[in-house]
Design a protein around this ligand. Structure first.
Ligand code: PB1
Length: 347
C-alpha cells in the first residue's frame, strides 16, 4: 500500500509519481523533445520515367506513381504549394536499353538528367536529391559492375557511380545520394566533384547504413530494378549486424560524406539511434522504404488503425531515435495534414 498519500515527501514513492508530468497536451509536448514533423523533416521519393507524358500507378505501392516529366511538373506544383521542401529522384527506363555498365544511367536521354534542369527552373527553392545507383540501368540488376563470376569489380563500379553522380551534379542537382553500398564510392564521388569544381555546391547524402531487406520489394517493382540473378546480401548489410552498421557509417564519414542515411526505418530504429549518437555532426536521414509504405497503407485500408495516427506515431519514432529527415512516400498526405492542421504533433 503506497503510504505516500499522507503527504510524506520523504517517502521513496515520491520520486516515482510521473503522471504529474504529462496530463496536459502542452506538458506532453514539453516532454516530447525534438520530435516535431514539419515539411523540412520530409523528403519525397519520386520516380521519373523516359516517357514524358507517362502517369503510371505502381501496383505494389497504391497512390505512388511513375511520372513522365510533364506529369511530374504538375504534381510537384501541387506539392510545393503544400510546403514540399525536398525530393529524392529515381530514374526508371522503360524504352532506353539496359547494359552491363548502366550506360543510360547518365545518358542525355536519361529521365533524371532531363528532369533536373526543368525542376530547377520551375521550383527554384526545392532541394533536388538524386539517387545514384546502377541497378535500374544494368541488365543484371545489381548495383555495381560485375566480373564474369558475378562478383563486383569495385574500382570500376565506384568510378562509374562517380561519373553518374557527376552527371547529375552538372545537370544541377543539389544532393547526390549513392544507394549502391560499394566500398569507396563516396570518396570517388567527392574526387570527381572536386576535379570538376563542383564539390562545394553538391552535397553527398550517403546511404551508408543500408540493410539487406525484404522491405524493398515494392520498390523493385516500381523501379524495375530487381536483381536478374542472386540477391544483394553480399553488399547490403546483414539485418543482424550492428557492428557492420557502425563500420559502414565510419567508412563513409571518413570518405567525406556530408549526410548519412539508415535504411529501412522501422525495423532498424536501434541503428538510427546508435548512428546519430556516433555521428552527431552529420544530418541523419531515415528511409521509410516501400515495404513499410505498403505495410502501413494496407493495414490502414483494412481498418486495423487510422492512417494519420499510425504515421504520426511512426514518424515520431524516427525523430525520437535521432533522424533529422525522413524519406517517405507518404509525404503528400502528411503535407496535406500539416497544411490543414490535422497533423497532431503530440497527443
Ligand atoms: O523504397 C525502397 O524500397 C527503397 C529501395 C532502395 C532505393 N534506394 C534500393 C533497395 C534495393 O532495391 O535493394 C535500391 C538500391 N539501389
Amino acid at each position: 500500500m503506497n503510504s505516500f498519500g499522507n503527504g510524506d515527501i520523504d517517502h521513496p514513492d515520491a520520486a516515482r509519481v510521473i503522471h504529474s508530468g504529462y496530463f496536459h497536451p502542452l506538458l506532453r509536448k514539453w516532454n516530447s523533445g525534438n520530435t516535431e514533423i514539419t515539411p523540412s523533416h520530409l523528403m519525397y521519393p519520386v520516380f521519373v520515367v523516359d516517357n514524358d507524358d507517362a502517369l503510371e500507378e505502381i501496383a505494389s505501392m497504391p497512390g505512388v506513381y511513375r511520372y513522365g516529366l510533364n506529369k511530374l511538373k504538375e504534381e510537384l506544383k501541387r506539392l510545393v504549394a503544400l510546403g514540399l521542401k525536398s525530393i529524392l529522384v529515381f530514374g526508371v527506363i522503360e524504352k532506353l536499353p539496359k547494359d552491363a555498365t548502366g550506360t543510360n544511367a547518365d545518358s542525355p536521354d536519361n529521365p533524371v538528367v532531363k528532369a533536373i534542369p526543368l525542376l530547377r527552373q520551375h521550383f527554384p527553392d526545392l532541394i533536388i536529391a538524386c539517387d545514384v545507383c546502377l541497378c535500374a540501368y544494368t541488365e543484371h540488376g545489381h548495383c555495381g559492375i560485375l566480373n564474369k563470376d558475378g562478383s563486383f569489380i569495385n574500382e570500376a563500379s565506384i568510378y562509374r557511380l562517380g561519373q553518374i553522380a557527376l552527371s547529375y551534379a552538372k545537370a544541377g542537382c543539389h544532393v547526390v545520394a549513392p544507394s549502391d553500398m560499394m566500398d569507396g564510392r563516396v570518396g570517388a564521388i567527392k574526387q570527381l566533384l572536386t576535379q570538376a569544381g563542383l564539390v562545394s555546391r553538391v552535397c553527398v547524402l550517403s546511404y551508408a547504413v543500408k540493410f539487406s531487406s525484404t522491405f524493398y520489394g515494392p520498390f523493385r517493382d516500381a523501379a524495375k530494378s530487381a536483381p536478374a540473378h542472386g540477391d544483394r546480401k553480399a553488399y547490403q548489410l546483414p539485418p543482424g549486424s550492428s557492428g557492420l552498421a557502425t563500420r559502414a557509417a565510419l567508412r563513409d564519414v571518413a570518405e567525406g560524406c556530408d549526410m548519412l542515411m539508415v535504411k529501412p526505418g522501422l525495423a532498424y530504429l536501434d541503428i538510427v539511434h546508435k548512428t546519430k549518437l556516433a555521428h552527431p555532426a552529420h544530418p541523419l536521414f531515415v528511409y521509410q522504404v516501400s515495404g513499410e509504405y505498403a505495410m502501413i497503407y494496407h493495414a490502414a485500408k483494412a481498418g486495423s488503425f487510422d492512417l494519420r495516427v499510425a504515421l504520426q506515431e511512426t514518424l515520431t519514432s524516427f525523430r525520437r531515435a535521432g533522424a533529422d529527415c525522413i524519406v517517405s512516400y507518404f509525404t503528400p498526405q502528411i503535407l496535406q495534414w500539416i497544411s490543414s492542421g490535422e497533423w497532431q504533433q503530440y497527443k
